[in-house]
Design a protein around this ligand. Structure first.
Ligand code: ATP
Length: 444
């Protein structure tokens, strides 16, 4: 049976991933609440993004800007008709200034650009990242989390010298990488996507080197964390789709049950935003280039704009397996994303005290659950449905050999591990530095 978006929303509600907002009052269209498992999964996704694209890079730093900001910040949006459609709010007492809930996180990056550049002592090329809520009043909510009025974004503005849009020092790391691409040309001719290398995209001049590099990095992120190659593609925007400020734009699309849809937008925004803010604020946002001794307005070679909720939905759908043999859903989430890392069970109630002891020391390291209700088979099934990658079972032998059984969610294979080695073994498995098969071999 083909999975529908309704199946996904029913599953999410039943398991505590996502609920309709204020359901007791009949719910509120376009708004959702993340439940106990959902908040963990969402936080893990955000952490993986932040770790990979901010903390592990020398050339990107983060900010956390306000949701409500000076109304002048949105002035440039008047050009796009969006201004009147933003959520309004009143700042101060009645009759005071109307302000707006931000429809994207990016503008705050531009208004803080100079302060960040100076205080973090960054030289071009460098990027500024932000994760936060965004609000869009004008949309018609549909397809569950895919299109909502309140959602979260992870955006980066990557600034380069305007003459160095093709000087990307890391390009050789990604040049040979193969990606599915539906070019503008393909779309016009009614053709499907084809496989291309990043080098071919650059050679075709449909993206600059920096732009292509960032597209490749995000594409890799999704593949590394479990999205299958056949379910991911880049879509080049057609010329008539391009916003007036963008010289090129690509989406990363995921093959949802309702078709190929955008999960990530990535535009080459040129110098548009900083120039606009310079004009309206009458403040110079120029950058002094030490080498050439000239002032330049930095160029945004890439604006990776990532919806967190759409990434959440894609990872969840990809992981969803209706396992007929087991008779339950198995959520094969990457262990780094899994909301709960370890389930701790006692084989029989008599062993609960010992199991609780193991649970208490494991929970200091990992997000764990201690489940003692129902048969062991039922508990494994419950763990599978929550996407728990590893379950630890304490049996009568554990009292003698000071070891437990570790069960792998994906294969259901089991291995005996000494309690003293548990944290080490689980840390390796959960960080994906060690594969379960390797542990099996080691123990044999
Ligand atoms: P779409 O064309 O699907 O409406 P968009 O082009 O308006 O999306 P952008 O403005 O490029 O989207 O926003 C960047 C990212 O923010 C999108 O790729 C998506 O992941 C996320 N996003 C945008 N709008 C919504 C929404 N209404 N609900 C959930 N996520 C959204």
């Amino acid at each position: 049976m083909v999975l529908t978006i309704e199946d996904v929303s029913v599953f999410c509600k039943k398991k505590g991933f996502v609920y309709p907002n204020s359901e007791i009052y009949g719910s509120f269209s376009g708004f959702f609440d993340y439940g106990p498992l959902g908040v963990e999964l969402k936080n893990n996704i955000k952490n993986e993004f932040w770790k990979r694209f901010v903390q592990q890079r020398e050339d990107v730093v983060g900010i956390d800007g306000a949701i409500i900001t000076h109304p002048m910040v949105w002035k440039e949006m008047r050009n796009e008709g969006k201004f009147n459609l933003m959520f309004t709010t009143q700042v101060g007492s009645i009759g005071s200034n109307i302000s707006y809930l931000r429809p994207e996180t990016a503008q705050l990056i531009f208004t803080d650009y100079k302060l960040v550049q100076e205080t973090a002592r960054k030289k071009l090329p460098f990027g500024i990242a932000q994760i936060g809520k965004a609000f869009r009043n004008e949309i018609s909510p549909r397809d569950f989390l895919f299109r909502s009025r309140e959602f979260e974004q992870f955006e980066i503005e990557f600034f380069v010298h305007p003459n160095k849009v093709n000087d990307c020092p890391y390009i050789n790391e990604v040049e040979s990488m193969k990606v599915n691409v539906i070019t503008g040309e393909n779309q016009k001719n009614g053709k499907e996507h084809t496989e291309m290398t990043i080098k071919q995209i650059i050679d075709k001049k449909i993206a600059s080197a920096w732009h292509a590099y960032w597209l490749a990095e995000y594409y890799k992120f999704f593949i590394d964390l479990g999205i299958k190659k056949e379910n991911l593609r880049l879509r080049e925007h057609l010329k008539n789709e391009l916003a007036h400020y963008a010289s090129a734009c690509f989406d990363i699309e995921y093959k949802f049950p309702f078709g190929w849809k955008e999960i990530h937008g990535n535009a080459d925004r040129q110098q548009f935003d900083l120039s606009q803010h310079m004009k309206f604020s009458k403040t110079s946002l120029e950058y002094f280039d030490e080498e050439t001794k000239e002032k330049v307005v930095p160029y945004v070679a890439s604006e990776p704009s990532q919806g967190i909720d759409r990434a959440f939905l894609a990872f969840l759908i990809e992981a969803y397996n209706d396992d007929k043999e087991r008779g339950n859903i198995v959520l094969k989430l990457d262990p780094r994303l899994a909301p709960v890392k370890v389930g701790v069970f006692s084989l029989v109630n008599k062993l609960n005290d010992k199991a609780k002891e193991v649970f208490d020391f494991l929970r200091k390291e990992f997000n764990c659950v201690f489940d003692k209700s129902g048969s062991i088979g039922r508990r494994y099934a419950r763990a599978d449905e929550q996407g728990i990658p590893y379950c630890v079972t304490i049996d009568f032998d554990s009292l003698e050999d000071k070891a437990v059984t570790v069960r792998d969610r994906n294969s259901t294979k089991q291995v005996r591990v000494k309690i003293n080695d548990l944290i080490n073994v689980l840390s390796g498995l959960l960080s994906c530095k060690v594969k379960f098969e390797e542990v099996l071999k080691l123990v044999r």
